[in-house]
Design a protein around this ligand. Structure first.
Ligand code: ZN
Ligand code: ZN
Length: 469
């Protein structure tokens, strides 16, 4: 991380507010109320009724999640570490063994989440920390994770997060050196220009960063080799590390070409919404005029308007069509042999209406059609999935709406499975990394015939890899 900026760091710690908000009265605090008001502006900007059942508590939920997710601004590292430094005789005194003073200590796979300062969406972090004790002093291992979390719970950029964790531990523990490696995972942005045609932008934008102090200051130091050997099976590839200079712009997909270009559909960002997001930043204790945050409100609004409430009829989206009825005019099922078709891994993005956070993943659709009958085109099903995805949603409703829509095209026998990662599951304090949610809707034959369900379910590949593995 280069030279430790001790002076700067101390000032930063001193400037922090002493106490976090107390649980009691949290809802009545002016910061919370300001964020709630701003969220209402955003919801109205999306064409939503803020009094709609599912949305009534959303402003408060968002305010709580954001303030909780940035509580690091109100925490002090020294208070966390002070009580947890233990004397431990070690190699320095000729007594003891590696692991005591003098030996490298590593904590791997700490799960953190943070908020991207470029776009205000949460991102996930796998954090690996190592330090070499000195002065016959070791720190309680749980404190490494606590300190990492203090800096994670802020608006961040991966490299700065690594530097701040490293620097804070160095100053608090005063070891011979600290090493930090972060693997960060950011939700990808749909490219609205082409998402209805082709959508292979599933998955995550990932970046790996490191920071070192003291004996780790030199990136070529041998001690890095020890550290990395102990991380070997964790997908750490140092070849890709260190060398961010070439693409040192920003990892956030909101800044990639497609995200930055004002989409012709969306037009310029709604100024009231942009102002609302800037006021949220202020309520969190940030300075919206900080260089890195200047364009953040605009980017967040651009992300949000992907999920604008749209009253467009399905027709106007180009996938209305004659009902392809497989039944005879008399209503009896045809005698033709029917086959189960599966269309798997249709990608979707959506925005949880309870927390105003993304959930995304894949949709699998099974349906019956007569042999010889042309199965419905994949692109058409993908359009239906996007149509219902790009809204404020809940996963159960999304699943049902897709099933009903496909069923109206195909005449009844439809089964839909939605597999999703919910950002809100991660960032609301539950912090269950790698967990995913599946929902199922069955119609017609699929709701009555377990064998049909089984055939379809078995066709779903077990390929969904949770983030951070
Ligand atoms: Zn971002
Ligand atoms: Zn949610």
């Amino acid at each position: 991380m280069g030279a430790l900026e001790e002076g700067h760091f101390d000032v930063e710690l001193e400037n922090e507010v002493k106490l976090g908000c107390t649980e009691l009265g949290f809802e009545a605090e002016p910061e919370t109320i300001d964020i709630e008001d701003a969220v209402k502006v955003l919801l109205r900007g999306l064409g939503e009724d803020v009094n709609r059942e599912g949305l009534r508590k959303t402003p408060l939920r968002v305010a709580k999640a954001l303030r909780e997710g940035t509580r690091g601004y109100r925490q002090k590292v020294n208070e966390i570490v002070q009580g947890a430094l233990f004397p431990e005789a070690g190699l320095d005194s000729g007594v003891g063994h590696a692991g005591g003073v003098g030996g490298l200590v590593i904590v791997r796979d700490l799960d953190l989440f943070s908020y991207c300062e470029s776009c205000l969406l949460p991102f996930q972090v796998k954090c690996h920390v190592g330090y070499v004790p000195s002065g016959q002093r070791v720190v309680g291992l749980s404190k490494l994770s606590r300190v990492a979390d203090v800096f994670g719970k802020r608006l961040q950029d991966p490299q700065r997060l690594a530097n701040e964790i490293c620097s804070a531990l160095h100053h608090a523990i005063k070891p011979a050196g600290v090493a930090v490696i972060l693997q960060c995972f950011h939700i990808n942005f749909p490219n609205m220009g082409s998402v209805f045609l082709e959508s292979n932008r599933q998955g995550w934008v990932t970046v790996q960063v490191c920071s070192g102090s003291g004996v780790f200051e030199n990136e070529c130091a041998e001690i890095w080799g020890d550290f990395l050997s102990l991380l070997k099976y964790r997908g750490i590839d140092m070849e890709k590390d260190h060398r961010r200079d070439s693409h040192d712009q920003c990892w956030c997909p909101s800044q990639s070409s497609s995200g930055e270009k004002p989409s012709s559909d969306n037009g310029p960002a709604n100024p009231a919404m942009v102002t609302a997001v800037a006021s949220i930043l202020r309520s969190l204790g940030e300075d919206p005029l900080r260089k890195e945050l200047l364009a953040t409100p605009c980017r967040f609004v651009k992300w949000l308007v992907n999920f604008q409430n749209s009253n467009l009829e399905m027709k106007q989206n180009g996938f209305a069509g004659g009902r392809m009825d497989l039944r005879t005019p008399h209503g009896e099922v045809t005698r033709y042999k029917k086959q189960i078709h599966s269309e798997l891994n249709l990608s979707f993005w959506s925005q949880c209406e309870h927390h105003l956070l993304p959930f995304h993943g894949v949709v699998h659709i099974g349906y019956l059609s007569t042999e010889g009958f042309n199965p419905i085109a994949k692109s058409r099903l993908q359009s239906i999935v996007h149509f219902y995805g790009f809204k404020l949603q809940v996963q159960e409703r999304l699943t049902r709406q897709i099933a009903e829509s496909v069923s109206s095209l195909l005449g009844g026998d439809v089964m839909v499975v939605v597999e999703a990662n919910h950002t809100c599951m991660i960032s609301r304090g539950i912090e269950k990394f790698g967990s995913s949610t599946a929902t199922i809707a069955e119609m017609g034959l699929f709701s009555t015939d377990p064998a049909a369900r089984a055939i379809f379910l078995q066709s779903i590949p077990n390929t969904s890899t949770p983030v951070g593995r």
